[in-house]
Ligand binder design. Structure first.
Ligand code: COA
Length: 538
């Protein structure tokens, strides 16, 4: 066994930095360059890497400790390497030596303010360093030393501070751009204090830790109100996390702007990222929908105002709930749609013959009650459509009741009230109940219980138009019937074409629960029942 002390390397002049994260524990095997811990000044965070492969024997500091160059932070067994007197590691990120920002390009003076183009200062030997965050927006008023952008090499995260106070006019870089010394960063209107030309304040080295007392502290990030519990950064604010945490987040696909930080000043530590990912997974397993939709990249919106006038309005509660349900079903359910035309010539003749009776009862008989009754009969005949799937338990849940939802178009959005025990009700009862529920839906009077418990849904666009459509299954149901507008069509009866009123049916189903042959059986039987409604009595 050859023990090797791991010491704090040259910190580029910083007296004292704080240990903000410890990435290893006693007994942990490490490879060369694996992060041991992260230290942070008020502006930069730096990882101390393992000097070689081995096993951590002990860590001699704690989170919150202040350390200086040469301090021992950990001891490792260097796995037989001849390293008893190995020198302190020379982590790459401790070498950076930031230089003052280049002199501004040709200032254009105008009284107490002037235009400046801010250039990237020396990045301590690094170049082509990607921008990971832009900390300001065009139009922002900023102070001297306010962080402008954050760049990240493979080991260190560095902020480039403002060399001036004033207003950001134009940002000349984007996230992901690779920056080197001298690149143009942004344009500013610099405000002269007291009417004097502002000091050509060079940005301080941000690529190395710097003692907080040595200069004006960087402004506290908007998302870091202190040490009081986890903090979720407001959108657009910068994220406080070390390179190892950022790397972990990238590997796990976690968006750090959504991760609440539990470390000092709201800093995000590895545990926060892991807890966030765990929560997201649990949410998905419990049927929740993550913003981007099960790992599918979200849709990025352009700034539409660049194309013409726009206005925005918040989604209604019904609209956002419908959007979530539709997306959930579309992403989870393999959909297939089976089409069929039902000959409803005789059914329509009967329906119209009931007009006077309907007026007496105060109920209008539309095609919908016939569809409800016929679907209830098919669901009883083909019970494989009256199920839900529990994919976690690998179980099929069979329902012994027949409740059918009806999609209702309302000014506030789509609502689906449910008619219970459709198989036990007559056509007049179904006509009255569906009209009452549809009216309640339009008046926003439906109770939650009146929208729950459906086994199957009918969505009828027949009163509006169209020849066919592919409805989305109202999951966890496994099928939905779309009904389009009935139309007279020439139908061959074996000897001649006859004008018949044909009703287009579109049955979408969950192909995990239902196979194609059963779907064809469903629409064929439904079409037969609607074609001769006397069979509904059998
Ligand atoms: N073909 C031809 N005409 C039809 C028809 C069809 N498939 N379905 C209904 N009609 C006729 C009706 O007979 C009625 O005509 P009439 O007054 O001459 O008798 C007219 O269209 C209007 O009927 P409607 O008021 O829509 O009653 P309904 O019982 O057929 O439908 C609802 C009730 C609640 C389903 C319906 O009002 C509705 O909201 N549909 C839209 C559902 C929806 O938005 N689905 C999309 C989900 S993504």
């Amino acid at each position: 066994m050859s023990e090797q002390e791991i010491r704090v390397p040259d910190l580029g002049g910083a007296d004292e930095v704080e240990v903000i994260e410890i990435s290893v524990g006693a007994g942990d095997p490490v490879q060369e360059e694996d992060p041991i811990l992260t230290v942070e000044s008020d502006k930069a965070s730096v990882e101390l890497p393992a000097p070689g492969a081995g096993t951590i024997v002990r860590v001699t500091v704690s989170v919150g400790d202040k350390v200086r160059e040469g301090d021992v932070v950990a001891v490792m067994d260097s796995a037989g390497a001849a390293a008893e007197s190995a020198p302190a590691p020379e982590p790459e990120q401790a070498q950076p030596e930031a230089k003052p920002a280049p002199a501004p390009a040709a200032p254009a003076s105008s009284g107490g303010s002037r235009k400046e183009t801010v250039l990237v200062p020396a990045l301590d030997g690094f170049d082509n360093v990607p921008v990971i965050e832009i900390n300001v927006s065009e139009g922002d008023t900023i102070g001297l030393d306010d962080p402008l952008v954050t760049v990240e090499s493979d080991k260190a995260t560095m902020e480039i501070p403002s060399p001036y106070q004033g207003k950001v006019e134009r940002i000349l870089v984007s996230e992901g751009d690779k920056l080197s010394e001298g690149d143009q960063l942004l344009e500013m209107t610099v405000v002269d204090e007291g009417g004097e030309a502002p000091a050509q304040a060079a940005p301080e080295p941000q690529s190395r830790p710097e003692p907080a007392a040595a200069k004006a502290p960087a402004p506290a990030p908007a998302a870091a109100p202190g040490d009081s519990g986890n903090t979720l950064p407001a959108p657009g604010t910068r994220v406080h996390a070390g390179p190892a945490v950022r790397k972990l987040a990238r590997e796990l696909g976690a968006d750090l702007t959504r991760v609440p930080g539990s470390g000092p000043k709201g800093r995000i530590v590895k545990d926060d990222v892991q807890a966030y990912v765990k929560r997201q997974l649990q949410q998905v397993q419990q049927g929740g929908v993550v913003a981007a939709g099960s790992g599918i990249p979200g849709v990025k919106l352009p700034d539409f105002s660049q194309f013409g006038d726009i206005e925005t309005q918040p989604m209604s509660r019904i609209m956002s709930a419908t959007a979530i349900n539709m997306q959930r079903s579309w992403l989870n359910v393999p959909h297939v749609t089976q089409f069929e035309d039902a000959d409803i010539t005789d059914m329509e003749a009967f329906r119209k013959s009931q007009k006077a009776a309907g007026e007496k009862r105060g109920v209008k008989m539309t095609p919908l009650p016939f569809l409800l009754k016929a679907c209830a009969t098919v669901l009883a005949e083909l019970p494989q459509f009256n199920v839900s799937l529990d994919m976690d338990r690998k179980e099929v849940i069979r329902k012994k009741y027949i409740h059918i939802g009806i999609a209702v178009d309302t000014p506030h959005g789509l609502m689906v009230p449910v008619i219970r025990n459709v198989d036990q009700k007559g056509l007049w009862e179904l006509a009255a109940e569906s009209a009452e529920l549809a009216q309640k839906a339009r008046d926003k009077q439906l109770k939650p219980a009146e929208m729950q418990g459906a086994c199957f849904t009918i969505t009828s666009l027949g009163g509006i138009g169209g020849t066919a459509f592919t409805p989305i299954v109202n999951t966890p149901e496994v099928a939905i019937l779309g009904v389009s507008k009935a139309a007279m069509k020439p139908v061959w009866d074996g000897q001649a074409f006859q004008p018949r009123l044909m009703l287009p049916l579109s049955l979408s189903y969950d192909h995990r629960a239902v196979n194609g042959a059963d779907a064809a059986r469903f629409t064929t039987l439904l079409s037969q029942l609607l074609g001769d409604i006397r069979t509904l009595l059998l």
